[in-house]
Design a protein around this ligand. Structure first.
Ligand SMILES: Nc1ncnc2c1ncn2[C@@H]1O[C@H](COP(=O)(O)OP(=O)(O)OP(=O)(O)O)[C@@H](O)[C@H]1O
Ligand SMILES: [Mg+2]
Length: 263
């Protein structure tokens, strides 16, 4: 639909995780996560509660710092800059600049309650990127039309349904022209009848070539849209393969056990 949603070709994966470790107060939450997400790929991450899915997503976005292993986004080590053979920890401004290339959508929409849909979407491009008001609002309008909210531009979050709010949140993330979109259970807080409209927007994005890493419990969606599905358990990826393989012939007993409970 729109060429600027497709990341320009880079010859490095969008995400590379090698033996990523993360502990909270001595409790190991990520115990050696290995995963690669290629450019343009839609990867779904499934697994039981507490297995570390959100923590991993937060590490990719540098909202958490990893304790060991290596994590790269677009070939750049998360949190570090390489100068010659040395690694320098990024300053806050540099972290923010890199984070701006990654869109994140959470279970809770976290929209600004005192701003209209249009203002919510236009805000970051103006504040973070210094875009002109005119440009930011023009683009916000386009994005809201795109997620099916052209008729609710001036609505405040409290006047929108959960599904509409989540679509505003997606438009807001897209307004920063991210190269990569991370979704953490974007439909879990929604009434069942509103889930479909949000998944439709994500399906559209996928078909346009957006690189996405999606934590989800929507197995049908994962099966249909994902190019690969990773099953995470106890802080590690147990199995990562095509949806057909994972859902029909899971190799690992833990994957089988999990799927038998959720499907
Ligand atoms: N900031 C934190 N401080 C301490 N412990 C944390 C923190 N964040 C996460 N944890 C712990 O890390 C573990 C993994 O949490 P995480 O939220 O990543 O799991 P999850 O797979 O996303 O689960 P869910 O499906 O319920 O969202 C849990 O035991 C959680 O209690
Ligand atoms: Mg979670």
């Amino acid at each position: 639909m729109n060429e600027h949603f497709t990341a320009p070709a880079l010859d490095v994966p969008a995400i590379t995780a090698r033996q990523v470790l993360k502990s909270f107060k001595g409790q190991e939450v990520l115990r050696g996560v290995d995963m690669t997400v290629e450019q343009g790929e839609v990867a779904c991450l499934i697994g039981p509660s507490g297995s570390g899915k959100s923590t991993f997503l937060r590490c990719v976005n540098h909202l958490e710092k990893i304790d060991g292993g290596a994590l790269y986004v677009d070939g750049e080590m998360v949190g570090y800059r390489r100068v010659g053979n040395r690694l320098h920890e990024l300053k806050d401004a540099e972290v923010s600049a890199r984070r701006a290339r990654i869109g994140m959508v959470f279970q809770r929409f976290n929209l600004f309650g005192h701003m209209t849909a249009l203002q919510n979407v236009a805000e970051a491009p103006m504040q973070v990127k210094g875009e002109s008001r005119e440009m930011a609002f023009e683009r916000a309008r386009e994005l809201l039309v795109r997620v099916g909210l052209g008729h609710r531009l001036e609505a405040y979050p409290s006047q929108l349904s959960g599904g509409q709010q989540q679509r505003v949140a997606i438009a807001r993330a897209l307004a920063m022209k991210p190269r990569l979109m991370l979704f953490d259970e974007p439909t879990s807080a929604l009434d069942p009848e509103l889930v479909g409209e949000v998944l439709d927007v994500m399906r559209d994005l996928a078909s346009e070539g957006m690189t996405m890493l999606i934590v989800t419990h929507e197995m049908h969606f994962a099966r249909e849209v994902a190019s690969k599905v990773a099953f995470m358990d106890q802080g590690a990826i147990v199995e990562c393969t095509s949806p057909a393989q994972l859902f029909e012939q899971p190799r690992h007993p833990r994957t089988r056990e999990f799927l038998s409970k959720v499907i």
